[in-house]
Design a protein around this ligand. Sequence first.
Ligand SMILES: Cc1cc2nc3c(=O)[nH]c(=O)nc-3n(C[C@H](O)[C@H](O)[C@H](O)COP(=O)(O)OP(=O)(O)OC[C@H]3O[C@@H](n4cnc5c(N)ncnc54)[C@H](O)[C@@H]3O)c2cc1C
Length: 538
Amino acid sequence: MNEARHHDVVVLGAGVSGIYQIKRLVDLGLDAIVLEADEDLGGTWYRNRYPGCRFDSESYTYGYSFSRELLDEWHWKERFSSQPENLRYLNFVAEKFDLRRHMRFDARVEAMRWSEDERLWRLRLGNGDEYSARFVVSGIGVLSTPAMPRYPGLSDFEGDAFHTYGWPQDPVPLAGRRVGVMGTGATGIQVIPAIADEVDELFVFQRRPNWSTPLGNAPISEAEMDEIRSRYDEIFANCAVTHGGFDHLPEPRRFRDATPEERRALWDELYATPGFAIMASNFPDIFVDEDANREISEYVARRIRERVKDPTVAEKLIPKDHGFATQRLPLETNYYEAYNRENVHLVDLSETPIERFTQRGVQTTDRHYALHLMVFATGFDAVTGSWDRMEVRGAGGVSLAEKWRDGPSTYLGLMTHGFPNLLMVAGPQSVSGSTNFPRAIENGVEWVTRFLEHATSRGVTRVEAREDAEREWVREVVAAQERMLLRRSRGWFTGYNANVAGHGEGTVRYLAYWGGAPRYNERIREAAAEGYRGIAMD
Ligand SMILES: Cc1cc2nc3c(=O)[nH]c(=O)nc-3n(C[C@H](O)[C@H](O)[C@H](O)COP(=O)(O)OP(=O)(O)OC[C@H]3O[C@@H](n4cnc5c(N)ncnc54)[C@H](O)[C@@H]3O)c2cc1C
């Protein structure tokens, strides 16, 4: 057996979170290393190589804000930059700050166990290598464990088949092929129009439709980028004060303060505004008031009917089981127009369910669809999936999977009682999952870094979230979610996933904090200012 390698801090994952976390730890002078399961850095942007994959945060609000030099050097070429460019960006950051030398790839942590006597974590990789660390900081991602559907005969299918998270690095031939796409969430809605004109026939297997509104992508010229650079301070200041962490300022009026004509005028404007403006700059009560939500849903449904030529298809594309923006809102580019093409066919699985996969394709109750390629855009075992894949044992050998069986429970989304010296960036019940991720990730990394500085400079060797503080935080997380209409929706926000055992109908999980970025930031700042209230240290 190999000798365990010891570090002050082990960071799990080399995505947006891990890349920035290692930079701050190295700056602090700590001996830290990133262990990354994949063969290279990037996380989300390394893996999701499917056509059409791009930000739906404005690129310049997604990039890191911590370095003025970086902001000045990087030119975002599109308002909503695509995956290859996003991966180039993360590599650029890693090269610029010389971070690769602190990263080890092909290093999936399979198990980690807290050793009370030694006051350190013992970690085991898939290949048997062992590490130990006083502190572990996780950046393992909330959308990093893909979920496949469960249908009879899946393994019988002899054509090409892959999940969008595993889209191959080599070009995938599409021309002249009959392709199936399963899933009409944020990923499906990106991939479908991106391949529609290349494939011979495209069959979209839809279980339930999602609401979606235009992305509004456009190139960013040199001159525009100069202008964005000159406004960076203002842009990030806006992100810091808005609920979702975007550069879209909120609508001051409430739904009932506006006449039907005024509502219509605002929605026309927001439908034509790029990005998440239709959420962030809408009447705030559309997320909490049934009537307001019904009216915006009817408005967006009308827009879908205007864009899809076949009224029967349009109706199938309009969600009837949830209101607008009560599930993760996908943003689209010509998604609805794709269904006006002769070679694109919507297969409504609520009418004709899949019976089984066959060697040559998919058999529904209605007919057989012969396919060369099947693309599963079926999303993720969100937020806790990557935790469930590891065996994590805390104080007294308690299992994290056991503790979180019915849903996660954390203190500020940063720590969890019973698991000392384990810190989480973009963790469950933080604000990351409900906002523009990198804004929350940077705040999380800053908090963790200052906390570790505080602890290590005082010779503290054990830190643990107090149980009562965790209970109080979970109460706040629950209350925030229960105020929102999304509490009843069946999507990853509420932990629903028909493809993951135990996450089906009737289960509700509290995975993210819905009280907004400003309030969340205030909570974590307060805790720090009060000497890390809620955390036992010795
Ligand atoms: C297709 C797609 C588009 C998105 N678009 C946006 C967007 O426009 N705006 C936005 O704000 N967010 C978006 N997101 C969310 C996105 O996940 C975050 O923006 C961000 O990339 C998260 O970074 P991360 O480092 O926290 O996690 P990830 O990027 O998921 O990285 C986690 C890393 O941890 C590694 N890992 C996991 N388990 C282990 C283990 N046991 N041992 C070692 N390593 C491990 C993984 O391999 C991975 O590299 C999108 C997500 C997807 C899937």
